[in-house]
Design a protein around this ligand. Structure first.
Ligand code: COS
Length: 382
C-alpha cells in the first residue's frame, strides 16, 4: 500500500521503534503470560497511549490512520502489547474524548494519554456479550451519587487499569434508552477485581472480571446524559473495530514475513521450498489478502477522520481483516510445516493471537449483522 509521505515516515519510525523496544519481549510475554508493564512505560514515553488525543489534553493529536499504523506495527511484533494499547486508546480514551464534557476531558485525558493511568472499558457481562444491551449492572441515583452494583467480565486491562468507562442500566426496562455510561476510578470503595483469565492467545494482555458492590460514583462522572450509553458504546465499538482490523493486519503481516523468510531458506528435494508453486501461490494469496484488508482498514479510518459515516466500513474492515488474519496465520503454519507447529517459531503464536480479532469488539456474526443493517439503510450501495 502506498502511504502519503508523512504517514510513510511515521510508519517507518514506529516500525523501527517497536522492533527495537517491543519485539524482544514478545515471546517471553506469551510464554509466561505476564502483563507488559515495561512496554506500557515505554509506549507512554513515546506518546502512543494517547495517539488521537488532542495535544491540549496531552496526546499526540494524530489521525485515525496514524492510530491504525501504530496498532498494525505493534501487532506485527507483539499481539499482547498491541491489544493493551488498542483497548486503552479506543475503548477507554475513545468514549471520554467523544462523549465527555470539558471537565471530564481535562480531568481524565491527560493522565490516560501520558500513560500515568491505564484505561479499560467495561461492557461485557456473563449474560451480555453480543447482546451487550442485556447488561444487568445497575446504577441508581442517590442525591449526588450513583450507586453501582454488578460485574463485567473479559475486561481487557481489567486488573491493571486505573480508569474505567463502564455501562450500567439506569432504568429497569430492557430498551436501548435504559443504559448509561460512567467513568469509574479504581480506588472507589466497593470496586474490586475478580477472576483474571487464562487465554488461548494474547497471553500477556490482561483480561479480568471487575466487580462493583455499592460503588459510589459522583453524578459528574456520567458520560453525556442518562440513557445515552447504548448508542455511546455502539459508537465506541465502531471506532474500536478499526483498531481490531489493524491488529489482524499486523499479525497477518508478521506471519507472511516469517513464511517468506522460511520458504527462501528451508530446503526440501534439494531446493528452497519457495521454488515450489504450491508455496508460491500460498504466499501470493496471503500478500494479496493482507493488502486488501489493510486498504479497508485505512479507508474506514480515513472516513472517520473526514467526519463521514464509517460504521459499515469499520465492520467490513474488521470482519475481512480478522478472517484474513486467521487464514494467513493458518497458512503460515502450513508453510513452516513441523516448525510452524513448534513454539520455537512465532507463527503458532500469531495464529493463537489473531483468533481474538474474530471475536472481540463484536464477533464476525455481529459484524455481518451490522453490515446488513447498514445496507438496508443505504440508497447508494458504494
Ligand atoms: N452508533 C450509534 N447508534 C447506533 C449504532 C451505532 N453504530 N447502531 C445502532 N444505533 C442506534 C439505533 O439507531 C437505535 O436507535 P433508536 O433506538 O433511537 O432507534 C439504537 O442504537 C438501537 O439499535 P438496534 O435496534 O440496532 O440495537 P439491537 O439491540 O437490535 O442490536 C447490535 C445492536 C446487535 C448491533 C449491538 O448490540 C452490537 O453491536 N452488539 C455487539 C456488541 C459487541 O461488540 N460486544 C463485544 C464487546 S467487546 S468490548
Amino acid at each position: 500500500m502506498i502511504l502519503e509521505p508523512e504517514l510513510k515516515k511515521f510508519q517507518e519510525e514506529i516500525r523501527s521503534w517497536v522492533e527495537a523496544e517491543i519485539a524482544p519481549q514478545a515471546k517471553e510475554l506469551d510464554e509466561i503470560g505476564k502483563f507488559p508493564f515495561d512496554n506500557v512505560k515505554k509506549l507512554a514515553q513515546r506518546g502512543l497511549l494517547g495517539v488521537v488525543v488532542p495535544q491540549e489534553y496531552g496526546g499526540l493529536g494524530k489521525t485515525s490512520r496514524h492510530f491504525a499504523i501504530v496498532i498494525e506495527e505493534l501487532a506485527r511484533v507483539c499481539g499482547s502489547t498491541c491489544l493493551t494499547v488498542a483497548a486503552h486508546n479506543s475503548l477507554a480514551i475513545g468514549p471520554i474524548l467523544k462523549f465527555g464534557n470539558e471537565t471530564q476531558k481535562k480531568k481524565y485525558l491527560p493522565d490516560l494519554a501520558s500513560g500515568r493511568k491505564i484505561g479499560a472499558f467495561g461492557l461485557t457481562e456473563s449474560e451480555a456479550g453480543s447482546d451487550a444491551g442485556g447488561t444487568k449492572t445497575f446504577a441508581s441515583l442517590n442525591g449526588n451519587y450513583y450507586s453501582i452494583n454488578g460485574s463485567k467480565c473479559f475486561t481487557t486491562n481489567g486488573s491493571v487499569a486505573d480508569t474505567y468507562v463502564i455501562t450500567a442500566r439506569t432504568k429497569k426496562e430492557k430498551d436501548s434508552k435504559s443504559i448509561s455510561s460512567f467513568i469509574v476510578e479504581r480506588d472507589s470503595k466497593g470496586f474490586s477485581v475478580g477472576k483474571t483469565e487464562k487465554k488461548m492467545g494474547l497471553k500477556g494482555s490482561d483480561t479480568a472480571t471487575i466487580i462493583f458492590e455499592e460503588v459510589k460514583v459522583p453524578k459528574e462522572n456520567l458520560l453525556g446524559q442518562e440513557g445515552e450509553g447504548f448508542k455511546q458504546f455502539l459508537a465506541t465499538l465502531d471506532s474500536g473495530r478499526i483498531g481490531i482490523g489493524a491488529m489482524a493486519v499486523g499479525l497477518a503481516q508478521a506471519a507472511l514475513e516469517e513464511s517468506l523468510k522460511f520458504a527462501k531458506t528451508r530446503e526440501q528435494f534439494d531446493q528452497p521450498i519457495a521454488n515450489f508453486q504450491a508455496i508460491q501461490w500460498k504466499l501470493a494469496d496471503m500478500a494479496t489478502q493482507i493488502e486488501a484488508a489493510r486498504l479497508m482498514v485505512h479507508r474506514s479510518a480515513y472516513l472517520k477522520d473526514q467526519g463521514k459515516d464509517f460504521i459499515k466500513q469499520a465492520s467490513m474492515a474488521k470482519l475481512f481483516a480478522s478472517e484474513v488474519g486467521r487464514m494467513v496465520t493458518y497458512q503460515a503454519i502450513q508453510i513452516l510445516g513441523g516448525y510452524g507447529f513448534m513454539s520455537e517459531y512465532p507463527v503458532e503464536r500469531f495464529y493463537r493471537d489473531v483468533k481474538l480479532t474474530e471475536i472481540g469488539e463484536g464477533t464476525s456474526e455481529i459484524q455481518r449483522l451490522v453490515i446488513f443493517r447498514q445496507l438496508l439503510k443505504e440508497k447508494n450501495l458504494i
